[in-house]
Design a protein around this ligand. Structure first.
Ligand SMILES: C[S@@+](CC[C@H](N)C(=O)[O-])C[C@H]1O[C@@H](n2cnc3c(N)ncnc32)[C@H](O)[C@@H]1O
Length: 337
């Protein structure tokens, strides 16, 4: 188990490195960010995040003692000048039989609201899934979408809790279609839309596997494992911005998602679903995929699909997600068609 004194030293250093970033984020109305980023900051299998009024620790290897969790709270709260409720989620190996977990107080387990550039997001430390309903590392992606969205029709694939969709609405999008097969995530997305005053006709959610939706929008035949696997019919309509944020690997009744070996089978229909002059914002979360090789695969796919890219712009993640070598696992690229 990590030594508490070492952990507090690492956290002090991490807070010091973030002084400028936190000033900027607070200045632009953001109160959710990562304070300690695992192995890249000397703490393998451990992250510390602030989500509004909640301080959330997550352990992905060894659990943290209750005393260590409290000590982290005692360091962070005065450093930020706040009184955050503290919760710790353990996701790693089974703790030893005599392990006493940290017991979060009721406020830590309540639903919280946090802010990103003035947008409100509902979050919860504990629910059936792992992430507390907002992926912090996608902040620069949401900022870009908000910047590009005015008057645009936006297709948000693998939408989860619609963070990207909310950013698009706040940027003045004409239409946002959020697609995900998890109704529970889309329900949170609707809560987010209501919290931001944008649950109107322009904002739609569709519970479906993304593959048949995307292929229909691209004018491509839907592939499916059995004739009787149903999927919602979707009429073709043009989108100016398609956001593609797939999981690493998944087998679905409509095909396989494999972002390491076959990003093309998602990227090609995404390009075909984009109106002339539009763009695809694509992500790749796999640490072993090098940005350059992925960009090359995207360019080649676009050439072959007859939709060559005018520009392919990498989008950096913010510095609360540092990496050893400047090669963060999450890669974002804006591909202009
Ligand atoms: C990494 S999260 C996406 C995060 C999201 N883009 C955001 O802005 O927070 C992956 C999401 O993809 C969804 N998902 C995975 N495979 C899917 C599929 N084949 N069709 C639809 N949704 C899928 C999951 O339910 C999950 O919400």
């Amino acid at each position: 188990m990590i030594d508490v004194m070492l952990l507090l030293d690492l956290l002090r250093d991490a807070l010091a490195r973030r002084t400028g970033l936190l000033d900027r984020l607070h200045g632009e109305g953001t109160d959710c960010y990562r304070l300690l980023h695992g192995i890249a900051e000397g703490a393998p299998g451990l992250s510390v995040d602030r989500y509004g009024s909640l301080l959330l620790l997550q352990t992905f290897r060894e659990p943290l003692s209750a005393a260590a969790v409290d000590a982290v709270g005692d360091l962070v709260n005065p450093s930020l000048g706040l009184e955050l409720a503290v919760a710790c989620n353990h996701r790693g190996d089974a703790p030893p039989p005599d392990f006493v977990p940290h017991e979060p107080a009721a406020p830590a387990l309540a639903e919280h609201r946090c802010q990103e550039r003035g947008a409100t997001f509902v979050i919860r430390a504990r629910h059936r899934g792992q992430d507390p309903w907002l992926f912090l590392d996608l902040r620069t992606g949401r900022a870009l979408v908000q910047q590009l969205a005015a008057g645009k029709r936006v297709l948000n694939l693998f939408a989860y809790t619609c963070g990207i969709g909310i950013a698009a609405m706040r940027g003045g999008a004409a239409r946002v279609l959020n697609v995900d097969f998890a109704q529970s995530a889309l329900d949170v997305g609707m809560q987010n839309a209501a919290a931001n005053g944008c649950a109107d006709d322009r904002f739609a959610v569709l519970k479906s596997d993304c593959l048949p939706v995307l292929r229909q929008l691209a004018g491509m035949p839907v592939q499916r494992r059995g004739k009787h696997v149903p999927f919602p019919p979707v009429a073709r309509e043009p989108f100016d911005l398609v956001v593609l944020d797939p999981p690493r690997f998944a087998k679905t009744p409509f095909g396989t998602i494999d972002v390491v070996n076959d990003y093309q089978s998602l990227f090609k229909p995404a390009l075909l679903a984009v109106a002339a002059g539009g763009a695809v914002l694509a992500t790749n979360h796999v640490p072993t995929v090098a940005a350059e090789a992925w960009h090359e695969a995207l360019r080649r796919c676009a050439e072959k699909a007859g939709r060559p890219l005018r520009e392919l712009a990498p989008i950096a993640v913010d510095s609360d997600f540092p990496s050893f070598d400047g090669k963060p696992p999450l890669k974002l690229a804006l591909a202009r068609v």
